[in-house]
Design a protein around this ligand. Structure first.
Ligand code: NAD
Ligand code: TDX
Length: 339
């Protein structure tokens, strides 16, 4: 079969492409990516010559190009990873989040409708549920928790989820949605917490922790997320939402200290900076439905995953050094210069 993977030059999409090509030796993967600041073709260099892989530089909002691609390839499934994905950027400038995350998803859904694509999967996030208080550890998000987005990013993702489910109900498009907790692992852009702290620590730069550092995230190794999407594509029921989580909650400050310890760097590098606006306190995912119905479990525990991730950033310095020395430097100055 042929599967379209949008946003495959980004962090999770690229890991998903590696997973799919290895796990499904009979399948073709077509990656559609606009190569924004977050997309990096060098990430895909190991598969660019694979005859079962094809890369197309295109914007998911470009309906004419989508029409051509769908007509030419008739995909058996579409997995939509393409998105503006960084909360801090959405606070600076929400518009592109609405364009890509909402209008782009709508364009893909219309193409799937027109070409009767047998399966569409929307990759979403636990952030659509808003946050949980820090003093109620027993609470967790289930698939029936109300949507309560806090940032323009999460509001745009919630809109895309609703659109996807509406196309299933109204037009009978066989679509599923997954909402995952925070991912970490190889190839993550160093604007996100874990790779940013690793890259800064390796350069002996300050480690900027927002607010008190007591905000909690639930961490999942990226390969486990990819396996979850794989089982949802194979066995998930159209019209359903599936939560995906690592069952590993940690305070941000504990993560940063863990990275210092692993790299042998002093905790004196940690610098508390002003908080993110509207900063969500705690995310915690109940992924019982996915475990019960589709027999999925996370396989990589945090200790193993973080060691593997740190090792990867040590072994792949040119990949992230090129990013932190280029255009991204302007972003870093803007976001952290006077914080
Ligand atoms: P990323 O920012 O690393 O990658 C996004 C990719 O999408 C990039 O390659 C970029 O070039 C591409 N893209 C952006 N706009 C595009 C457009 N208009 N047309 C085509 N391509 C476009 O993001 P990520 O962390 O890999 O996240 C992937 C998906 O998973 C997103 O939808 C995100 O909301 C979701 N998600 C991420 C996490 C996480 O922890 N990173 C957790 C849950 C869900
Ligand atoms: O420099 C930093 N200092 C800091 O304290 C950065 C970049 C982050 N943080 C904090 C903010 C959050 O509480 O760390 C936590 C994690 O931040 P991010 O890596 O920006 O992730 P988050 O905002 O939790 O969102 C992520 O998970 C859900 C992804 O970026 C989203 O795409 C996904 O949907």
């Amino acid at each position: 079969m042929t599967i379209f993977v949008t946003g495959g030059a980004g962090f999770i999409g690229a890991n998903f492409i590696f997973h799919w090509l290895a796990a499904h030796p009979g399948d073709r993967v077509v990656c559609i990516d606009k190569l924004t600041y977050a997309g990096n073709l060098s990430t895909l260099s190991s598969v660019l010559k694979n005859p079962r892989f094809h890369f197309v530089k295109a914007d998911i909002c470009d309906r004419d190009t989508l029409d051509r691609l769908f007509a030419g390839e008739c995909p058996d499934a579409v997995v939509n990873f393409a998105a503006e994905s960084h909360v801090d950027r959405s606070i600076e400038d929400p518009e592109v989040f609405l364009r890509t995350n909402v209008m782009g998803t709508a364009a893909l859904l219309d193409a799937c409708r027109k070409y009767e694509t047998p399966r569409f999967h929307q990759v979403s996030t636990d952030e659509v549920y808003g946050d949980l208080p820090l003093d109620r550890p027993e609470l967790r998000f289930t698939e029936t928790t109300n949507l309560h987005a806090s940032s323009p990013y999460s509001a745009s993702k919630a809109s895309a989820d609703l659109l996807t489910l509406s196309y299933c109900r109204t037009f009978g498009l066989p679509a599923t949605v997954s909402r995952c907790s925070n991912n970490y692992g190889p190839w993550q852009f160093p604007e996100k917490l874990i790779p940013l702290m690793i890259a800064n620590a390796l350069q002996d730069k300050p480690l900027p922790v927002y607010g008190t550092g007591k905000n909690i995230r639930d961490w999942l190794y990226v390969e486990d997320h990819c396996r979850a999407i794989d089982v949802i594509l194979q066995k998930g029921r159209p019209g359903e939402v599936y939560n995906i989580g690592g069952n590993h909650e940690m305070e941000n400050i504990a993560i940063v200290k863990r990275i210092c310890r692993e790299l042998g760097k002093p905790e004196s590098l940690i610098t508390y900076v002003s908080d993110r606006k509207g900063h969500d306190l705690r995310y915690a995912i109940d992924s019982g439905k996915l475990q019960r119905e589709l027999d999925w479990m996370p396989e990589t525990n945090f200790e193993e995953g973080i060691r593997r991730t740190i090792r990867w950033y040590l072994d792949n310095r040119p990949w992230w050094e090129e990013i932190v020395s280029g255009e991204y430097q302007g972003y870093y100055e803007k976001m952290y210069g006077n914080r």
